[in-house]
Write a protein that binds this ligand. Structure first.
Ligand code: FES
Length: 222
């Protein structure tokens, strides 16, 4: 077992210059929230920064995060592989996560997942051949009161989802350009559409538990 105090070794940056400047700025803000001798506590948000920029957590990205936080790469990987919101393999440009925890399940998430699978021609956990869509079942998105809920690319909530609104969502996403996972939604801003007639609500970014999803945007209700 590698002691937690073992520092991470030097690792090259996996980012482009433009990504690097964004990472550095957000890294500084993330680390500043913790005491100087507890900077490793920023691991979760910093992993999200890397994932947002790259679309998923590559091995070089995890090594680099460990390097910046003085955490062994193996420790970074342990954390990243524990939380389902971290992606350890590439996903489609539009990564759709359908909550299938109890509230959403009770409100018909199984039907939403089935519709998604039919519409995209893939099963949960798969990516379409053109790389445009990935589908996965996810655990509670903290939107239980507006179940069933869907999360797109970690930052866009769609609530009160119906098969019809799901069709509209997929068509909307299909019309958007891009051949790879969105590099990162920016700036992070929360937009929630409760669907079924309620007006969209916007609030400041929030943390939603271990996922660290801090901002969302929706266009549901179609
Ligand atoms: S059960 Fe789906 S958001 Fe909580």
């Amino acid at each position: 077992m590698i002691p937690l105090q073992t520092p991470g070794g030097p690792a090259p940056s996996p980012f482009s210059p433009e990504q690097q400047s964004r990472f550095d700025a957000d890294f500084g803000r993330a680390v500043a929230k913790y005491a100087a001798d507890h900077r490793r506590a920023a691991l979760l948000p910093v992993l999200h920064l890397a994932q947002d920029l790259l679309g998923w957590l590559t091995e070089p990205a995890m090594a680099y995060v460990g390097f910046r936080l003085d955490i062994p790469k193996v420790r970074v990987r342990e954390v990243a592989s524990f939380y389902t919101m971290y992606r350890l393999k590439p996903v489609g440009r539009h990564a759709i996560g359908v909550c299938n925890s109890v509230s959403c399940w009770a409100m018909g998430s199984e039907q939403i997942i089935k519709r998604c699978e039919e519409k995209l021609g893939i099963r949960s956990g798969e990516t379409t051949r053109d790389g445009q869509f990935s589908l996965e079942e996810v655990a509670c998105l903290a939107a239980c009161g507006y179940a069933p809920a869907v999360l797109v690319n970690n930052y866009r909530y769609v609530e009160n989802v119906t098969p019809q609104s799901l069709d509209s969502l997929i068509e909307e996403l299909r019309a958007k350009p891009g051949n790879s996972m969105a590099p990162a939604p920016e700036p992070k801003k929360l937009e929630i559409n409760r669907g079924q007639g309620e007006a969209p609500r916007q609030t400041e970014p929030q943390t939603t538990g271990p996922s660290g999803a801090t901002s969302v945007q929706t266009s549901g209700g179609k």
